[in-house]
Ligand binder design. Structure first.
Ligand SMILES: [Zn+2]
Length: 1017
């Protein structure tokens, strides 16, 4: 659970707090004399249910010249019990008038007749409340709360905020825009800022009369020029459908737009807004957006309810996009697509994000979760359904297989530690709520578990259940169990005894997932389950979980003889095992066909070997999804100590025949992870040489020149192949990257295809990253207007090997006129992919902590998530200590509390991994004597223990764990590897120390050696 923390107040807030304090002191004696009965607002973080908002009548006037705004709001509320105190949310606002009226009173038509006397109104900052006390107790009924307020457009890029861009003439143009989810509507107007309150909104926005337009969720009703003053126009919008505060959106900009129609009959207009010089890049989003909206209308069997639908590219935007009802805001590169400047990955991202935000219009906007602890209802569904939206438009993208690479396998890694969390979470304060918007919630339940649910229900029953649920809760709020009820109603092939609610609770109310262990008893395949834990040393108490860390597991399978993909079997949490009859002559059984299930599968070792052989002989005997699944499971099981690394390494040999991106991606991610843990270790060179040779067939087959007619799968594979080869020192690859970068720098006419631009910037910079190259790239960045290209340039700049250039880069990054707020943290994170930069970034992050918190606030989850990214390659106890020390010195983590825990766990796992697999250093010095001592068991044992203790308390140095592993190695040797057939990566060392070859490490290095030998040179 995250600790509560107040974010750092802006200067504006501080002044206001001081004023409040002064007033408080003046009023002190009077307040103290009153008997304190209640102060309910101090007891609960959540608003009471006996005051319910019905309608907002809101005016906002952004002052673009000085980054402030003025606002008025009348909120009609219904109270259900007598009271003299009412409170609602306010933060970062200067409330200048607080009034209350009897009945429903429109803004601007208030009269004294309805007015009730307000005795006092004050802020309770701890709970972000504004409290109003009436002179007399008021009976239950309908009232209007009226506020006048001012605020700043410069509280970071949240709430109502200012953004800017350069037009084609190079002039800076400003706009005001908003982003409220989850708790930032209260930064813009006093409101009941919780998801269970749905109200109608009548909005008026003031814009400069010339060139500017105003946008909100609804279509424009009318406008008054010269109101409230010359040069300005007040725009009035139609009253909205009932919606929650976080979906409201207000934008005043001078953007251009493209326009299409959802349906001719209904006249519903779809528009894409962007700066005029980029508006043509909105064409793809417009087309796919209209198509997907129509598809979702059919899929959910519910028409899109609002009269218009806008998508808008915002120059400064934290996060990817936000599903504001009918006014979807996007970070610019996630909406705009231009085949000349965008990569295939960019296009895929635009398609999936547009689809995701549109899916929210049904999941989340029409039906809204009751409270944030069911956030997955919102994010989970959108993250799964987005694939369906894209797949029916981009039919050759193989989206269901791509899902494995982009969501499922990624999240299986994250959810395998002890610091993960169940997706159903209890959250209360704003930091906890913000923190919940992490990838476990988004992708895991939303996507992976729902995909599994659809698999066991069948796609049509699943669709009918969802549709029923959405119709029942349209314009209302729901909780998880409501969804289970509706799905159960439509689950036609449900067998007796199955309970959907129980099945899903085992997946949503405990963290993690199982491994299914397969055993061959001669006549049957016997399947059992156990919790999968990445670190073999971690222990856990099953009693922590209501289900003892056991799951209701649906599964399908195919064998070497038969295909049972569509047959659903169940391994229940109370079952000891599940038996599947083994057909005559059957060689293997592959469970979890196309990886529909959210679990891993471990096979008997000889079956793993058969899979490895099968893949080499005829890899198309299994689908791309299954191939990818086997590779990913094998690596994960090896990491968890459940399988020898020999298996996944042998398995990857088949990749020289693989032409599908998704299995490659599984290998790529796992190798990248191993590389990041071993890049300081002696056998790293062998790993690199293996990987660079593995990637060679992709380079040879696909080359560097992108052909537009190639599909997504091929194009993603090319860029991965180049990354894999260059990253691992492939000479030809690095030379080519460096050559292309130089040509591009010297000749402005030279272009690099966007698909391979990232690779060329990165590896070209690594190869030729001197000051001249760096400065040339930086100058290009400063001149660049295209945000996708800007991102790639910022990324590439981080790969120089010159420490002083990296230091200077960090200095440049802090300059907000050079690098946008939203690019700062992602660039800091990508810098850590450069091993030379990691230490520099970690020093920077710690020494500039106060600056970072001041700039982004502790409530910014991306700041929190930067910690695990910086430290992901840490492998020593000293590095772990440096983290512990920093966290102890700066205990307030805000929305980054869990990220810190995850980071520590992951470094502890790395340390353990290195202990188990890392080789000996200083062999020449220590090798011979240790070799002799190894035969004296007692010495080995006691030294082993000593080294281990040293290691664990972090006092030993790198040589220390060299010793430790050295002994480990000999112990291992006694267990059976034998000395003779190892190899000696340090030819010269071996000669000096002892006779014969030397197996460098327990497992990994030896096998790499075999792999290197097997692959053609
Ligand atoms: Zn979402």
């Amino acid at each position: 659970m995250a600790g509560r923390s107040a974010s750092v107040p802006s200067p504006f807030t501080s002044i206001r707090l001081i004023l409040l304090l002064v007033v408080g002191v003046a009023m002190g004696s009077e307040s103290d004399s009153k008997i304190d009965i209640g102060k309910e607002w101090e007891k609960e973080l959540r608003l009471p249910r006996d005051v319910v908002p019905i309608h907002y009548d809101l005016l906002l006037h952004p002052h673009l010249h000085n980054d402030t705004f003025y606002g008025e709001v009348n909120i009609v509320v219904k109270t259900t019990k007598p009271t003299s105190h009412l409170w609602l949310h306010v933060k970062h606002l200067n409330v200048i008038a607080t009034k209350i009226y009897r009945g429903k009173v429109a803004r601007g038509s208030e009269t004294d007749k309805e007015s009730l006397e307000v005795e006092e109104a004050f802020e309770y900052p701890l709970h972000e409340f504004w409290v109003l006390k009436t002179k007399e107790e008021i009976p239950p009924g309908v009232y209007t709360l009226a506020f006048e307020f001012t605020g700043s457009l410069k509280n970071g890029i949240k709430g109502f905020y200012a953004s800017s861009y350069r037009d084609s003439l190079g002039n800076t143009r400003k706009l005001a825009t908003s982003k409220f989810q989850p708790t930032h509507a209260r930064w813009t107007f006093p409101c009941f800022d919780e998801p269970s309150f749905k109200s109608t909104f009548k909005v008026a926005l003031v814009r400069p009369s010339s060139k500017y337009s105003a946008l909100s969720n609804m279509n424009q009703l009318s406008e008054e020029e010269g109101v409230p003053m010359d040069g300005f126009t007040t725009v009035h919008f139609n009253e909205s459908v009932p919606m929650v505060t976080y979906l409201a959106c207000f934008i005043v900009s001078d953007f251009a737009h493209l326009q299409g129609q959802l349906h001719e009959e209904t006249g519903q207009v779809v528009r894409v807004f962007a700066p005029e010089n980029k508006i043509e890049d909105g064409r793809y989003a417009l087309d796919i957006g209209i198509n997907i909206t129509r598809y979702f209308e059919e899929y959910f069997d519910i028409p899109f309810p609002l009269p218009k639908l806008d998508h808008i590219a915002i120059p400064d935007f934290l996060g990817g996009a936000m599903e504001h009802w009918a006014l979807i805001t996007y970070r610019e590169p996630f909406l705009l697509y231009n085949p000349e400047t965008s990569s295939m990955g960019d296009k895929q991202r635009v398609a999936t994000i547009v689809s995701h935000e549109l899916a929210h219009h049904w999941f989340g906007n029409l039906m809204t979760l009751e409270w944030w602890d069911d956030l997955w209802l919102n994010e989970g569904f959108a993250s799964y359904i987005e694939y369906k939206g894209v797949a029916q438009y981009e039919t050759d993208w193989d989206m269901d297989t791509v899902f494995l690479a982009d969501d499922l396998q990624r999240i299986l890694r994250q959810d395998a530690g002890l610091t993960s969390h169940p997706i159903v979470q209890v959250v209360n304060n704003p930091d906890e709520i913000t923190e919940l918007f992490d990838s476990i919630t988004y992708a895991k339940v939303g996507a992976s578990l729902l995909r599994m649910l659809e698999f066991f229900m069948g796609p049509e029953d699943f669709r009918l259940g969802i549709s029923r649920f959405l119709k029942r809760f349209a314009y209302k709020n729901a909780v998880t169990s409501d969804l289970w009820n509706d799905l159960t109603q439509e689950w036609k092939r449900k067998e007796d005894g199955l309970n959907l609610s129980l099945i899903m609770d085992t997946w949503t109310r405990q963290m993690g997932y199982p491994t299914l262990n397969v055993r061959d008893d001669g006549d049957h395949y016997v399947i059992t389950q156990e919790r999968f834990i990445l670190n073999p040393n971690d222990t856990f108490d099953p009693n922590e979980s209501p289900f003892m860390y056991r799951w209701e597991v649906p599964l399908n399978y195919k064998t070497s003889i038969e295909d049972h993909e569509d047959e659903i079997l169940w391994l229940h949490l109370s079952d000891e095992s599940l038996k599947i009859e083994k057909p005559e002559g059957c060689e293997w059984i592959k469970l979890n066909v196309n990886q529909k299930g959210y679990y891993r599968v471990n096979y008997p070792e000889d079956m793993w070997r058969r899979f490895a052989e099968l893949l080499v002989d005829n890899h198309t005997a299994l689908s791309a999804g299954d191939r990818s699944n086997l590779v990913d499971d094998a690596f994960a099981l090896a990491e968890a100590g459940k399988l020898s690394y020999e298996i996944p390494l042998h398995m990857t040999k088949y990749l020289k025949y693989e032409s599908h991106y998704v299995p490659w991606r599984a290998a790529y991610v796992n190798f990248a992870d191993i590389s990041s843990k071993t890049y300081t270790l002696p056998f790293f060179g062998d790993l690199r040489s293996y990987l660079s040779r593995l990637a060679e067939p992709i380079l040879n087959e696909l080359g560097w020149d992108v052909r537009e007619e190639e599909g997504l799968i091929k194009r993603l594979l090319r860029s991965h192949g180049i990354h894999l080869a260059c990253r691992n020192g492939h000479k030809g690859c690095l030379e080519e990257a460096s050559k292309r970068l130089k040509a591009w720098i010297t000749n402005p006419e030279e272009s690099i295809h966007p698909d391979i631009e990232k690779a060329i910037f990165r590896y070209g910079m690594m190869e030729a990253g001197d000051q001249k190259t760096w400065d040339a790239l930086w100058t290009r960045y400063l001149q660049e207007e295209n945000s996708q290209k800007q991102r790639r340039l910022l990324y590439g700049l981080g790969f120089t090997r010159e420490p002083w250039l990296l230091h200077r880069y960090l200095h440049y990054l802090k300059n907000t006129s050079l690098v946008r707020d939203h690019d700062f943290l992602p660039t800091l994170q990508s810098l850590c992919l450069n091993p030379v930069a990691t230490g520099i970034v970690w020093d920077f992050f710690r020494s500039e902590w106060n600056y970072l918190v001041g700039r982004f606030t502790l409530n910014e989850r991306i700041l929190g998530r930067t910690v695990p990214v910086i430290t992901q390659d840490f492998i020593t106890p000293f590095q772990l200590k440096s983290m512990e020390r920093f966290f102890a010195d700066n205990p307030e983590a805000g929305a980054g509390a869990r990220a810190r825990e995850t980071a520590m766990e992951s470094v502890r796992n790395n340390i353990h991994w290195v202990r188990s697999h890392a080789p000996v250093e200083k062999m020449r010095i220590w090798g011979y004597s240790l070799f002799s001592l190894a035969f004296i068991g007692i010495v080995v044992e006691s030294t082993e223990r000593m080294a281990q203790e040293d290691f664990l308390d972090g006092t030993t140095d790198r040589r220390g764990f060299g010793w430790h592993n050295n002994y480990n190695y000999y112990n291992q040797q006694a267990g059976g590897y034998g000395y003779g057939h190892g190899y000696n990566p340090y030819g010269s060392y071996g000669a000096g120390g002892y006779p014969g070859g030397y197996v460098e490490i327990k497992d990994l290095g030896r096998l790499l050696n075999i792999c290197v030998a097997v692959l053609p040179a």
